[in-house]
Design a protein around this ligand. Sequence first.
Ligand code: PLP
Length: 384
Amino acid sequence: MTARPLHPRSLAAQAMGKIDPLTKAVVPPIHVATTYIRDEDNAYSSGFIYGRPDNETVHEAQAVLAMLEEAKAGALLFGSGMAAATAVFQALSPGDHVVASKVMYWALRSWLLTEATRWGLKIDFVETDDLNKLKAAVKPGVTKLVWIETPSNPLWTITDIAAAAEITHAAGARLAVDSTCASPVHTRPLTLGANIVMHAATKVLNGHSDVIAGALCARQDDDFWARIKTVRKGQGGILGPFEAYLLMRGMRTLHVRQERQSASAMALAQKLSAHPLVSRVLYPGLPQHPGHDIAARQMEGGFGFMLSVQVSGGEAAAIKSAAHVELYKRATSLGGVESLIEHRASIEGAGSPCPPDLLRLSTGIEDVDDLYADLDQALKAGHR
Ligand SMILES: *Cc1c(COP(=O)(O)O)cnc(C)c1O
């Protein structure tokens, strides 16, 4: 063996290469125990005491994700993306000021507006893709956290992570990034200066629409990361061992799925840009997208599997087009091997920046010509 470090795809394909010492199995067993034997000297030499704080299968999946994100302080898995995201805010103190992206995953925005404010957090929502607006919103010494999502749901706006980190740190705050739609294949926010990365692991990390899971990764093992661990342990937010196993299986194929999905999304974005029934395509891979130059800098090997289209016939035509898909599945969520379509305005609550004529497309691994043909016939049927 040479001393050359292995590529993340090699490590992920083998889930860090762990072999079961008892049987030599190439797939480690799932650890289901909730409790562990205490030593005669009253210690717990294995490091495991009880299943709520920790679990070995969860540890193994966390190690794969920490490697992918280059997370020096490691990763923590949670029972959902929302459990992971809310743990970050619950690690703050009442009265703390937060700046968050205006365009973001709708359920988290809704939780911040209702629950987090009851908890005493003061939150300002700004268009973080505009660094001047971010700079104006951050209060030095008062702001404790800046939360960005990039590319952000469902308009796929791009926030410059390195520049946002600089602004955030100058004010004495931490930067957290919801990187669900970039995935570590395209972007590693911790290497660009972010402090915390969050994933809805339900999406492309698992990739098969059969696990609800969330994750946080950290650059520094500091007091804030310790608070987050306390929140997970105290509130019982850990992922179950079966889900952790499935997530680890999913991450073994992350690179091949993500590369295929992003290449197909790019091809679809280009073809749909020329479609007579599409008024606008929102995809950071297109040169006319306002975030394209930043995306080209901070996304590597592709621009992700998510895109949105605005249809020329307006809201009714958008809903009718979605009703006519055959290969695409009309469902919420994203990142799975099957392509999904959704009229987003129907699901997002009041105050959503989502235009009513927008259809969100999650690109799977099906044949891209089949996907385009399905969208083409659905758009035509939707405008009849
Ligand atoms: C789905 C999603 C979440 C929430 O994850 P859950 O696992 O559904 O709780 C958060 N952020 C983004 C960008 C998502 O797509």
